[in-house]
Design a protein around this ligand. Structure first.
Ligand SMILES: Nc1ncnc2c1ncn2[C@@H]1O[C@H](COP(=O)(O)OP(=O)(O)OP(=O)(O)O)[C@@H](O)[C@H]1O
Ligand SMILES: [Mg+2]
Length: 259
């Protein structure tokens, strides 16, 4: 179903013609593995010499954990009043790889409501980013969500992270897809017949929207989290690391095709 252009799509200037890619990653529901995917895809893109910014829009503020940023570090964008000051809240992970945590601790310390900021904060920051970054990956709260709605409209690519189960089957019928929306299947266990049937059904129904880089169910992912690093660093040869690299390659080729 085609959506009406919302006000923020009209108010904020378009990013077309700019080489930067804005990717929103959203779980179809909670626990789909979105934060895990943001961490490994960001790291895989960076390994391909891309300049990457990761932004956590979740109040749970767990993306930091994938890069060993301790809870005691109170950096985070959500209590920043002025978008121009976002860099003061960013953590430089590597040359060309930066993460902006949500800032849960700052909220707890200050008592400021996290509802103070919406994603229009990042809409205002975006024009300032294209000189320094090739990819901005937003770890968005799961559907349905208030935060990140405007960003979804402004993104150049939306990845909906989904575990293949019957509940997801039902929920998929309830969301609207943009032309640039793709389904990324995570935690797939090919030995389970039902999951296999669901995957085939989605491939039939959603066609090329279903990315071929399915991420298998794999212990290496929780293990990497225990090691506080993306699986692409923790176990570069794991099947999930290979999937992350394939996904990063696909992002690059899709991006270049769109240029
Ligand atoms: N493919 C996978 N195989 C095995 N475990 C996985 C897989 N993907 C994610 N997990 C595990 O599932 C748990 C939840 O993952 P994650 O935090 O990334 O989900 P999320 O969608 O971001 O959750 P939330 O909606 O709460 O933000 C983590 O322990 C992670 O290691
Ligand atoms: Mg998450």
């Amino acid at each position: 179903m085609a959506r009406r252009r919302p006000w923020y799509d009209i108010v904020f200037s378009p990013l077309q013609g700019c080489a930067m890619n804005v990717v929103t990653l959203t779980g179809l529901r909670g626990g789909a593995g979105t934060t895990t995917v943001v961490g490994m895809l960001g790291d895989a893109l960076h390994a391909l010499d891309q300049r990457v910014l990761l932004v956590d829009l979740n109040a749970s503020d767990l993306l930091r954990m994938h890069f060993n940023i301790p809870r005691s570090d109170s950096r985070g964008w959500v209590t920043t009043l002025f978008p121009a000051e976002w860099r003061q809240q960013a953590c430089q992970l590597d040359s060309g790889l930066m993460l902006v945590p949500f800032g849960r601790k700052a909220i707890e310390d200050s008592g400021i409501s996290h509802l103070l900021q919406g994603d229009d904060f990042w809409l205002q920051v975006l024009p300032d980013l294209h000189r320094d970054f090739d990819w901005i990956l937003f770890d968005c709260p799961p559907y349905p969500h208030r935060l990140a709605r405007a960003l979804r409209f402004r993104s150049t690519m939306e990845l909906v992270v989904v575990r293949p189960d019957v509940a997801a089957q039902e929920l998929l019928t309830q969301i609207d897809f943009e032309a640039s929306s793709y389904l990324l299947i995570n935690d797939f266990d090919p030995t389970r017949r039902l999951e296999h049937d669901i995957l085939l059904d989605w491939q039939h129904h959603y066609g090329t929207r279903v990315l071929p880089q399915t991420i298998y169910s794999d212990e290496s992912l929780p293990e990497a989290l225990a090691g506080k690093m993306p699986v692409t660093r923790h176990m570069p040869d794991a099947i999930t690391s290979q999937a992350a690299r394939a996904l990063a390659q696909w992002c690059l080729s899709t991006h270049h095709a769109a240029d």
